[in-house]
Design a binder for this molecule. Structure first.
Ligand SMILES: [Zn+2]
Ligand SMILES: [Zn+2]
Length: 126
């Protein structure tokens, strides 16, 4: 499979005990929704305060621009080449993800930590 942004071959790797595919160039991740859900639910990695602050500042509530402030480009599923849908991870979580409903989720660098921190802080024990 190829990175939807760089078109370089994705490498198999592990993220918190899940087998995922990663781009060594842009550090994006490709994984299944079920894997992402177990990553955010397990919360193996505990973020420190300054990491949390940095992420919150960068939270990215606007679906039309990407992290660098550029207009978000449509990217395609590495499996079926269909355009990924940019949307909230779920109703109560504003962090945006790019998802193919059939094959999985693309997370740009940093988005996986945004999700983990958001869910840690706002959605757990509630
Ligand atoms: Zn890439
Ligand atoms: Zn697909």
């Amino acid at each position: 499979m190829e990175c939807p942004r760089c078109l370089l071959t994705l490498q198999s790797t592990q993220y918190e005990n899940q087998d995922v595919d990663m781009c060594g160039n842009c550090w994006g991740y490709w994984l299944k929704r079920s894997q992402l859900e177990s990553i955010v639910n397990d919360a193996i990695y505990q973020f420190n305060k300054s990491e949390q602050k940095a992420v919150e500042k960068g939270f990215f509530m606007d679906g039309d621009v990407d992290r660098q402030g550029q207009e978000a480009r449509a990217i395609t599923c590495p499996v079926c080449q269909g355009v990924l849908e940019r949307k909230k991870f779920h109703t109560h979580c504003p962090v945006r993800i790019d998802e193919c409903s059939e094959h999985g989720i693309w997370l740009d660098t940093g988005e996986i930590k945004d999700l983990q921190i958001f869910i840690e802080k706002h959605l757990k024990n509630s």
